[in-house]
Design a protein around this ligand. Structure first.
Ligand SMILES: [Zn+2]
Ligand SMILES: [Zn+2]
Length: 258
């Protein structure tokens, strides 16, 4: 399984793109501003998008992607829609606040209601969705809006992405004793902003240690969603924790093969 990190920043700045991961050539996990790293041909190859939650830094790429690829998609008959998989509450938020003909045209009814470019597909926590020959599991997350993480099965174990989350005991229970190829876990804030992290249901290094005691020591850990300008502080504070696992900061442009 090939994984490309298109964006893994907690917000934007030069060279900081927000969350988007490309699995193979056709599947996106979250669709933040990192989607803008893809060429038009690569964008046209996206068939499935799995969305962790409704926050803008994870969904901004969806309406723009639909616009960019509609012309090329119209050339093929019948029109193949881009399927957006998310919790029912997340899909409702996209319909109400994004594809509402105010912020953006309703691409769930364009170019026609019968054959739209975007199709919304609800899932629930615990579901395993099979797409593009892969099994993608919907994992629990704890955030300020309904949210999930994802597990993608690969030949060398599961690739696990926590999504945006505060402390999340249900995740560790759900992971059980399965083999994990990599854990991508968010640490949005440094410890100086611990109160903000708690209030917004994100993580800070001081909280990370309590989470990772549940993870086998041989699982590589990659940190995502660090706010721009906080990289050095967050990574320094994590290094000082002396965690049992190997931990590094994810970078936009990273590629992994699991
Ligand atoms: Zn969020
Ligand atoms: Zn976020």
């Amino acid at each position: 399984m090939n994984l490309r990190v298109l964006g893994c920043s907690g917000s934007i700045a030069a060279s900081c793109r927000t969350t988007a991961f490309l699995i193979g050539e056709h599947v996106l996990i979250d669709a933040g501003t990192g989607v803008g790293e893809l060429t038009l041909d690569e964008l046209a190859g996206i068939h499935e998008i799995f969305v962790s939650h409704s926050h803008l830094d994870h969904v901004l790429g969806i309406p723009l992607l639909a616009d960019s690829v509609m012309r090329s998609r119209l050339a093929s008959k019948p029109l193949r829609p881009i399927v957006v998989h998310a919790l029912p509450a997340t899909l409702d938020a996209l319909r109400t606040h994004l594809f509402n003909n105010v912020l953006w045209p309703d691409f769930t009814r364009l170019p026609s209601a019968e054959e739209p470019i975007i199709r919304l597909a609800p899932f629930e926590v615990g579901d395993i969705v099979e797409v593009d020959g892969r099994r993608i599991e919907v994992l629990p997350a704890v955030h300020t809006v309904p949210a999930v993480g994802f597990g993608v099965e690969s030949p060398s174990g599961w690739w696990i992405y926590t999504g945006d989350t505060g402390p999340n005991p249900e995740l560790w229970e759900a992971l059980g004793t399965r083999r994990i190829a990599q854990l991508v876990i968010e640490t949005a804030f440094s410890d100086e902003e611990l109160a903000v992290a708690i209030a917004t249901k994100h993580m800070a290094p001081a909280m990370l240690a309590r989470e990772l005691v549940h993870l086998p020591v041989n699982v590589p850990v990659a940190i995502t969603h660090i706010k721009p300008g906080e990289q050095a502080a967050v990574i320094g504070q994590i290094a000082a924790l002396g965690l049992a696992q190997q931990v590094h900061a994810l970078s936009s442009g990273d590629r992994f093969c699991f």
